[in-house]
Design a protein. Structure first.
Length: 305
């Protein structure tokens, strides 16, 4: 048997060298949208590339044209609008920038808490908020948190701009409601009532959570005026749990720790978990209840400050 030379067959080399792509750097959002609207070439946009590049390396994505958005400064911003009590966040804002924004730290520190748990420092320095949302990852910490906080997305195309709630944008795992030619141009979080209490809980055995839960509580004196409860990672997209929200509404703030068990049980009975490679439905129900208790305990700690 002849010794191996370590050289790949010509057919294998040719197959691996077939994939070629073009990178285009638009000068404006309008130009970027026009490029995305051109259906003659398989086109995707990117900024940090933390989601797209691994897919290309694995051969799971083969776009022929990449629209590089990094040179569009109008898409990178964090604004706190006090009159409306909302954050407006540009899609090119990195996780690290959002984590260290002074208004985020003072107005909604739970965002910083969650950002600090995402992947690693390299990913947070490069990955963007818009990329995270647009990828539609069912195990995204950010989309679960933003679902509870209230989130509207601004989508821009050559035909104009439309607004869509996050829940309507995330259609299924890795599928969104972006139409051809549309770009995510702004993320709006809120309104965040003065004195709102927030908490987040996650169970993770890798970079991404197996189960996550987010809670926002608007207060009326010593009582819960309104509550938002969101569960992520258990099913295809993050979703609200109205039964758990109703269980919290009207309760005493001092009773939040005691309510945790009942709210967690409500979530366990409501969440439509399913068996998969990550665990059984029963296991996920249990973890969802744990994540909810952690999130509610976080909100209770804010109430005690």
């Amino acid at each position: 048997m002849p010794a191996s030379t370590g050289t790949r067959p010509a057919s294998e080399r040719a197959e691996q060298e077939v994939y070629k792509f073009t990178i285009v750097r638009p000068d404006s959002v309008t130009e970027a949208a026009a490029l995305m609207a051109d259906q003659e070439i398989d086109t995707v946009c990117y900024a940090g590339g933390t989601e797209l590049v691994p897919l290309i390396k694995l051969g799971l994505a083969r776009p022929r044209r990449l629209v590089d958005l990094k040179a569009l400064p109008e898409l990178g911003f964090v604004e706190w609008q006090p009159a409306r009590r909302v954050f407006r966040i540009g899609p090119l804002t990195t996780h690290r920038s959002l984590e260290h924004d002074e208004h985020v730290q003072s107005r909604c520190p739970v965002i910083r808490t969650v950002e600090r748990q995402i992947a690693n420092i390299s990913v947070r320095n490069t990955g963007t908020i818009g990329g995270n949302i647009s990828f539609g990852d069912p195990q995204s910490d950010i989309t679960t948190l933003f679902t509870a906080l209230g989130c509207q997305l601004q989508l821009t195309s050559p035909d104009g701009t439309r607004s869509l709630p996050l829940g309507g944008f995330l259609v299924a795992p890795y599928m969104t409601a972006l139409a051809p030619g549309e770009l995510l141009s702004a993320v709006e979080i809120g309104p965040l009532a003065n004195g709102a209490l927030c908490g987040y809980g996650r169970i993770a055995f890798s970079d991404r959570p197996l189960v996550s839960a987010a809670i926002k509580i608007d207060t009326d004196g010593a009582r819960v005026a309104r509550a938002s409860v969101a569960i992520g990672s258990v099913v295809g997209t993050p979703h609200s749990v109205p039964d758990a929200e109703a269980h919290l509404t009207g309760g005493e703030l001092t009773a939040l720790p005691e309510l945790a068990a009942d709210v967690a049980e409500t979530v366990r009975q409501t969440v439509q978990a399913r068996d998969d490679d990550l665990g059984s439905a029963a296991y996920k129900w249990h973890l969802a209840a744990v994540a909810v208790r952690r999130a509610l305990n976080g909100a209770a700690q804010e109430a005690a400050l």
